[in-house]
Ligand binder design. Sequence first.
Ligand code: W6P
Length: 370
Amino acid sequence: AFYDDKIITYANRPIRPVTLSQLVRFGQPPLTKASLRECAQYARTELPVRLARRVRAFQTLPFIVGTNPYIKEIYKLYYESFESLEPFSHDRTPNDDIEYSENLKDLVDRHADNIPTLARGFLECKQYMHAQDVAAFLDDMIHARIGIRLIAEQMIALVRQEQTGDTTDNSYIGIIDTQLNPAQLVKQCSDFVAELCEFNYGASPETIMDGHTDATFTYIPVHLEYILTELLKNAQRATVEFAKKRGLSQPPPIQITISHGQEDISIRIRDQGGGVAEDDLNQVFEYSYTTVAKASEDEDPSNIFTGIAEMAMQSGIGGPLAGLGFGLPLARMYARYFGGSFTLVSMNGYGCDVFLKLKHIDQSMAELEI
Ligand code: W6P
């Protein structure tokens, strides 16, 4: 096809990593034509490169895997997205930001279910690929997807900001919050998870918070929201199940400590859910695409995993993946995306500590290659 050569050309161009501070600078109020132009110019040249690289990644899969309907569907989606966005990279002085932004919205929507679809595809191709190769492909794909969506959504948000003339003194710059209060988001996420936990188990643990609960930093709320929801879901579920097993009338509380340091914001989530056996510790971060693919077929309403996934989907939080075997690897990928980390420490027979560390934006962390 006509676009095959173009895809090779674009895919061979280097990625230009985006930094949080760059994204913030683009949208620094007052939003000027020039800064919108700068962001648009970056998106217009960068997205085709990133999409072309995704197309190429699919082309490296074993031939038979590429014939799988689910895999092929996502491959075609990337190919078509490249075709629809590539023309926008040519104009030197484009005046079609609104049309471009509509295209990006379409891209974001159409790619919404990529990961469960890919999971389904790879499940059917198990006999043709090693699990490590699938995991490497998924790591690369999911990492790239985060970046593509970040650039697209920032552009969409800035165009909307310009359209609505919204220059109110809110703390948002596009999809970035310059005054994100982690304690507040922890509260919001733990209330949400507790409700689902209550619904599935008839009980939920209390959340106790201490440390620097007034701290604020610059971050992407939807990323932190995803990470926290995922971690809290695991912590609450383990706590309630372990309390039942021990015949406790009340599940013990989850303790959360927030600290605001020179370079990072740290969040420690401490549960008394019995901990994770040594042999299972590594597995916690492995893609379990079996569960993702299966969940939509046979949903067990008594299972908090599927229950939460279903409700999270309806409320728009977490998406269709929540708690389905992709949850923790994805949460860790979000944490690492801008140089953060999270570590799970098990106190066997008692509970788990999760240490989440996120860099302040002023350290100008760039998205990291994996
Ligand atoms: C557990 C297992 C787990 C995973 C992630 C976060 C917290 C917890 N607690 O027992």
